[in-house]
Design a protein around this ligand. Structure first.
Ligand code: GDP
Ligand code: ZN
Length: 326
C-alpha cells in the first residue's frame, strides 16, 4: 500500500524539536515543525479548507502546543513526517505571566474539560487549591468538573456535605472510590470522547482511577512529570494520553500545578466564580471589588447564603495575590 502524503494528527507531546503525533490512523509518529510554520497560523479551518481572513490569521503568532490538531506531510513513505499545518484551536489552557505583559504560555490546546480531582481524606482536601484550579479553567473558558475520590474513607454522605458547595456553584461533582468501585462508570462516560486535562494534588488517586477505568492503558498522570520536573528551571511540557480506541484523551499538564506563575487581571476574578459573576452587575459601583464597598451584591449574597463563605474567602485571597502582582 502506498502511504498518503498528507495525514491528520494530534500533538501528544514534545518540546520544540521533535513532536509526537497521534495520526488519524491510530499510530504515534515523530514529526518536526517546518521552519515557515513556526510562527504563523496557516489560515485553514478545522476541516482543512482555507479561510478568507488568511492574512490576519497568518499574522497571529501561534506556537505549537500539546493538543493541537495538525496536518502531517511527507514526500515519500520512507521520509520523516513534517508538520505542514497547524489547524485552528477550539480552546486553549494558557497561563499569563504575572505583571501583565504579553507573556502567555499555552499549556494545552483544544481542551474540552478540566477535571480536578481531590480525595475525601488522605490526603486531606484543600478547598483553596480546588478553587484555584477552577478559576484557571474559568479564566480560559473551559468547562470544569470535580472528582472526590476515596469516599469510602469518610462515607459518601460526609463527602457530599463537604463538596456540595461546588455543585451549588454549578460544577458537576463525582463521588468515587477506586477501592470499592463506587462512581467509576460516570467518570468513564465523561472522559470518553473528550480531551480532558486531569489534575489535582498527588496521592489523591488519579493514576489509580484512570487505570481502573482503562485497564492496560498505563495512564500515569502526575507522578512522572512531578519527579521529572524536580530541580528544573522550566517545566516539562504537557503530555496527552490516548484512551483505548483513541476515544478521547487524558492530558497531564504539570504547568497547571505550579500555582505561583499564574496571573489574571484582578477585575476579571469575580466572573471566574460562576455563583458570583452574575451578581456583580447588581453592585452599586461598576468597579466594585466585593471587599467592603457599600451596596455590594456579592456580600449581600453571602448574608443570604447564596454564596458560600469558603468560596468567598478563596476569592479574597486570590484577589489579594492578583492585586499584589500588578
Ligand atoms: P495520584 O498521585 O493522584 O496518581 O495517586 P495514586 O493513584 O498513585 O494513588 C495514591 C494512593 O491512594 C495509592 O496508594 C492508591 O492505592 C490509593 N488510592 C487510590 N484510590 C483510592 C480509594 O478510592 N480509596 C483508598 N482508600 N485509597 C485509594
Ligand atoms: Zn460587589
Amino acid at each position: 500500500m502506498i502511504d498518503p502524503t498528507v495525514v491528520r494528527g494530534v500533538v501528544l507531546g514534545g518540546t520544540g524539536g521533535v513532536w509526537q503525533i497521534r495520526t488519524e490512523r491510530g499510530e504515534t509518529v515523530d514529526a518536526s515543525l517546518r521552519g515557515r510554520l513556526k510562527k504563523s497560523n496557516s489560515g485553514r479551518r478545522a476541516d482543512g479548507s482555507l479561510r478568507r481572513d488568511t492574512v490576519s490569521a497568518a499574522a497571529q503568532t501561534l506556537k505549537l502546543a500539546v493538543g493541537d490538531d495538525v496536518l502531517l506531510e511527507r514526500a515519500a513513505p520512507d521520509d520523516e513526517w513534517a508538520i505542514a499545518e497547524i489547524l485552528p484551536r477550539r480552546s486553549q489552557l494558557a497561563r499569563r505571566s504575572p505583571g501583565g505583559g504579553h507573556g502567555q504560555r499555552v499549556l494545552a490546546a483544544n481542551v474540552d474539560q478540566v477535571v480536578v480531582m481531590f480525595a475525601a481524606a488522605n490526603p486531606e482536601p484543600h478547598p483553596r487549591m480546588l478553587d484555584r484550579f477552577l478559576v484557571i479553567a474559568e479564566a480560559n473558558e473551559i468547562a470544569a468538573r470535580v472528582i472526590v475520590n476515596k469516599v469510602e474513607l469518610i462515607g459518601e454522605a460526609a463527602a457530599r456535605s463537604r463538596f456540595d458547595v461546588y455543585e451549588r456553584s454549578g460544577y458537576p461533582v463525582h463521588y468515587t472510590s477506586v477501592k470499592t468501585g463506587v462512581g467509576l462508570e460516570a467518570v468513564r462516560a465523561t472522559l470518553r470522547g473528550s480531551r480532558s486535562v486531569v489534575t489535582g494534588p498527588s496521592g489523591v488517586g488519579k493514576s489509580s482511577l484512570l487505570n481502573a477505568l482503562f485497564p492496560g492503558a498505563d495512564l500515569r498522570v502526575g507522578a512522572i512529570s512531578e519527579s521529572v520536573n524536580k530541580g528544573r528551571h522550566t517545566t516539562v511540557g504537557a503530555l496527552m494520553l490516548p484512551l483505548p480506541g483513541d476515544d478521547g484523551y487524558v492530558i497531564d499538564t504539570p504547568g497547571l500545578r505550579e500555582v505561583g506563575l499564574w496571573s489574571l487581571p484582578p477585575d476579571q476574578l469575580a466572573r471566574c466564580f460562576p455563583e458570583m459573576g452574575g451578581l456583580a452587575d447588581n453592585c452599586r459601583f461598576g468597579d466594585c471589588r466585593h471587599v467592603g464597598e457599600p451596596g455590594c451584591a456579592v456580600r449581600e449574597a453571602i448574608r443570604t447564603g447564596a454564596v458560600s463563605r469558603e468560596r468567598y474567602s478563596s476569592y479574597v485571597q486570590l484577589l489579594e495575590e492578583l492585586e499584589a502582582g500588578h
